[in-house]
Design a protein around this ligand. Structure first.
Ligand code: BDR
Ligand code: CA
Length: 316
């Protein structure tokens, strides 16, 4: 297919599901050229997310990937974390060695800005999988880069599925709604993978077994992560498996036909204590507000897991 490989920056707060997204990207070199990973505070504080990102690269046999630490707190509020979902380390489920690959000296936000300025305009896609603090900070600090972004493809928000951290809000948007508002209002081309999509790609027992059956270290690591990660959602939703949120971003870049949605207006609630971080999605077009996001709501779960397991298996 033309346009491949796509140059991307993964902006992330790993997180077991973030880890699977990184593995999917690294296992797909024909389609994905990973320029770097910028860590952000989210599921756990920045010291942990920047360490976890390096652990994941090492597990994948890719200590050469550039990992940067970005913002350590949201733009306007105290950091809310999600150890109740991801465990104390953010990557609980299996013990991994302290990474030996270096953390880059440059700040993650500066890496985003420098990359967008140095690569040809319209050739770099940003893939945020955590709170949007790094991306919004980069857009505020260097407004010239917004027009140079090929596209932002992010995991965040919800419409029909409503909230997972409050009744109204999804975690990534809730943690830094002011940052989300900047990104959603920036005019950048935006594709959103909300809970409406990610709650359709569940790690059922047979899907988990495929990783266990790898019979090697990577398979054991992935199975450890996913076993741990899904216990929370299974308990909460009574579902047959945990939702695998963040890899949907990368899967969409590789095989967009696995997903469908609508180009609609999405605004971020920043004022209300009750609904802070809500993605107010005009799904039915009841306002005249201009469309600013391709908001997905359907996924081919079998196709998604076939892609994921095929690509992760390559790394083993
Ligand atoms: C999002 O929140 C995080 O806990 C996950 O990694 C995912 O990015 C889902 O709401
Ligand atoms: Ca995440």
């Amino acid at each position: 297919m033309s346009g491949f490989p796509r140059k991307i920056i993964i902006d992330t707060d790993p997180g077991q599901d973030d880890a699977m997204a990184i593995l999917l990207a690294l296992g797909s070199p024909e389609e994905i050229d990973l320029l770097g990973i910028t860590a952000v505070a989210g599921n756990v504080p920045i010291a942990r997310t920047s360490e976890n990102a390096r652990k994941i690269c090492e597990v994948a046999g890719r200590p050469d990937v550039k990992v940067f630490a970005g913002c350590d707190r949201p733009l306007a509020h105290t950091l809310v974390t999600a150890e109740h979902v991801h465990g104390k380390t953010g990557l609980d489920g299996i013990e991994l060695p302290v990474p030996t690959m270096p953390l880059q000296a440059q700040h993650g936000v500066d890496f985003i800005i420098e990359t967008l300025r140095s690569e040809p305009s319209g050739t770099v896609t940003l893939c945020p999988m955590g709170p949007l603090t790094n991306i919004a900070t980069a857009f505020e600090k260097a407004p010239d880069i917004v027009a140079r972004v090929q596209e932002v493809v992010l995991m965040g928000g919800a419409y029909f599925e409503v909230g997972n951290i409050t009744p109204a809000a999804e975690f990534n948007i809730y943690v830094d709604p002011e940052a989300a508002e900047i990104v959603f209002k920036s005019g950048v081309k935006l594709t959103v993978m909300p809970l409406d999509v990610t709650h359709k790609v569940l790690v059922t027992a047979p899907r988990l077994q495929v990783f266990k059956d790898f019979g090697n270290h990577l398979g054991d690591v992935v199975a450890g992560w996913l076993d741990f990660f899904e216990r929370f959602d299974i308990e909460k939703y009574g579902s047959e498996g945990g939702p695998l949120h963040d890899p949907t971003v990368i899967a969409w870049l590789i095989r967009p036909e696995l997903f469908s949605g609508r180009l609609i207006n999405v605004e971020i609630e920043t004022k209300s204590d009750l609904t802070r971080g809500m993605t107010v999605a005009d799904w039915w077009g009841v306002t005249d507000r201009p469309a600013n996001a391709m908001f997905m709501n359907e996924a081919d779960a079998e196709g998604f897991f076939a892609l994921l397991t095929e690509r992760v298996r390559r790394l083993a």
